[in-house]
Design a protein around this ligand. Sequence first.
Ligand SMILES: Nc1nc2c(ncn2[C@@H]2O[C@H](COP(=O)(O)OP(=O)(O)OP(=O)(O)O)[C@@H](O)[C@H]2O)c(=O)[nH]1
Ligand SMILES: [Mg+2]
Length: 358
Amino acid sequence: MVRFFRRKKDDEAASEEGAAAEEGVAEEVEEPAAAEVVMAEDAVSERDDEEAAPVEEAVERTRKTWFGRIGGIFKRGLDDSLWEELEETLISADTGVRTTIRIIEEVQARVKEESIRDPDKALDALKDELVEVLDVDTDRGKIWSRGGDLDSPDGMSVILVVGVNGTGKTTSIGKMAHAYKARGKKVVLAAADTFRAAAIDQLKKWGEHAGVDVVAHQQGADPGAVVFDALAAAEKREADVVIIDTAGRLHTKANLMEELRKVDRVIQRKVPDAPHEVLLVLDATSGQNAMQQAKYFTDAVGVTAVLLAKLDGTAKGGVVFSVCDQLRVPVRFVGTGERPQDLARFEPRRFVEALFAG
Ligand SMILES: Nc1nc2c(ncn2[C@@H]2O[C@H](COP(=O)(O)OP(=O)(O)OP(=O)(O)O)[C@@H](O)[C@H]2O)c(=O)[nH]1
Ligand SMILES: [Mg+2]
């Protein structure tokens, strides 16, 4: 299977260009507190020229801790204790109670309907059901076709990235910038998280590393104004994709949601049909807590897809099933590590096979 994002040799050269924000649009920001900044250079380890950490590696903890057991449970025979143990295992992997029960009922029904007695066949039925849960495709996101290409209907695709603080928004934006740049796309990043100076600086560093433009204002500036300027700059430069970073935390949650709604309105006024994607970044390590967060953002700005970051750092990878089942939005990408290339396009069948591999 083709890995979607691969590091390209010309990235080094591209990053030399280090294009900063456009003159007259961006202003210099204060030097942020060093401790708060994730330096792009730090994220680029000695393995930098190597390939991205694959999904198979990223789900290792979830597989070893939970899903890897399931094959053994089936082998003991298709009786009541199988379904009980399966339920316990899926819930422990953070698949969520409702989603787990629904999956098990579907598999039980198929086993009965098809008179399945062979444990391997029953396990295949479970895998099929898991894939089905993940195979959500809504028409709300207008950017990526099923094949994985950036499909920009109006010449420019606008991605609004949202999520609570620390989930991995800025890092994931850096990774996307890196990937699109490597595929020859012209990318503009908008530093609309103006709450902390460090956030602006962090995005600039990622932009510099990827060799893409970052439009930024001062800390405390109106995020709507940043977005407006970024879209104007992107139009002028005929950019293919604009990715907007937003705050994960303000003084209150209500403030944050109001700010995001305002940013969304600015985008809609400036570019009809945009945003083409409202990408919610969830932290896989937070398990079921991610679900509650997702509901707030969905209500405020109509999330069209999820990027599940830090899949490599958790045994709770089962949360993917809850996200797809309950939110009915597709997972587009997963974060598989901290390096620029550690972003994978989410492929349901490959993900499920990886959970049971070995
Ligand atoms: N292991 C691992 N770490 C990740 C991944 N994605 C992000 N991180 C780390 O998660 C931490 C937080 O990431 P940020 O990108 O700063 O998160 P954010 O959502 O922008 O946070 P705020 O700006 O505070 O809202 C950083 O230390 C990242 O290196 C991933 O896929 N795997
Ligand atoms: Mg951030």
